[in-house]
Ligand binder design. Structure first.
Ligand code: PGA
Length: 259
């Protein structure tokens, strides 16, 4: 099962995950990181920024989970720009080694397949950072997504468009389509690290970790993976049945194990 770590706040989660990423890069300088957008991973990137001074990140490679389809690539909220602003520039990564799915309409038919080939030729993703949507999505795999799915175009739910409207002038400006790594793509990463903060995520988190494995809750796909770390604050953990056990297991974890 997933290891569930309940932390006091998002900043502590950021430090825990950043330390694990630094361990990975130290062990393997050309590691492949799976990066996510949205508000959730920001504390990880912030904690990483404070730690990369002492680590050589020149060979690090990264793949983003998803992108809006048809968005102007120069729009500040295109994920290409978000990843450049939040990850590539602050961490000093080589932009040539960081990929985001191509959301341009021209060539969209083959963009998913090309992205899968790029991930495969990088040797696969070592550590994938994930957020979770209030509707249970991971990446932009909305409810009903196949557990075998690979990178492809999806239609966003109205819920997701409303959740993301805060990044745009209005909900009408949020694109209707996206290109996202599939659940099958995500499950092929070697270590999944899912983060969630706030009471608004409590139900999605409980469904993903403790609910039935079902395409209706795409996040529940993580139950099929052998190495998953879920890092949540108290509010996001509030609907978990086995919270006491997760706290007990974490406080008794042998120090050598890492995440
Ligand atoms: P958020 O989005 O981090 O902005 O809450 C998470 C997600 O939609 O996966």
């Amino acid at each position: 099962m997933a290891e569930v770590v309940i932390v006091p706040d998002a900043a502590r989660a950021g430090v825990l995950v950043a330390e694990e990423i630094v361990r990975l890069i130290t062990r393997r300088p050309d590691a492949v990181l799976g990066v996510a957008t949205g508000s959730t991973p920001l504390p990880v990137y912030e904690a990483l920024r404070e730690r990369v001074g002492g680590v050589d990140v020149s060979l690090l490679r990264a793949f983003a989970l998803d992108e809006y389809v048809g968005i102007d690539p120069d729009h500040p909220e295109s994920y290409r720009n978000v990843i450049r602003r939040e990850v590539v520039e602050p961490l000093g990564l080589d932009p040539e080694r960081v990929r985001v799915p191509a959301g341009a309409l021209m060539g969209i038919e083959t963009a998913g397949e090309e992205y899968e080939e790029a991930i495969a030729s990088a040797g696969g993703i070592d550590l994938q950072i994930l957020g979770i949507g209030t509707d249970g999505h991971i990446g932009f795999n909305e409810p009903g997504s196949s557990f075998a799915s690979r990178t492809r175009v999806k239609t966003l739910t109205q819920q997701t468009r409303e959740d993301n409207a805060r990044f745009f002038e209005s909900v009408d400006d949020v694109p209707e389509h996206c290109i996202t790594q599939g659940l099958g793509t995500i499950l092929a990463a070697r270590h999944l690290v899912l983060l969630a903060f706030g009471a608004g995520k409590a139900e999605a988190v409980a469904g993903a970790i403790e609910g039935p494995v079902t395409a209706s809750v795409p996040g529940s796909a993580i139950q099929l993976h052998s190495h998953v770390t879920v890092v949540v604050d108290e509010a996001a953990a509030s609907a978990l049945r086995f919270g006491d056990y997760y706290r007990y297991a974490w406080s008794h974890k042998p120090a050598w194990q890492g995440l």
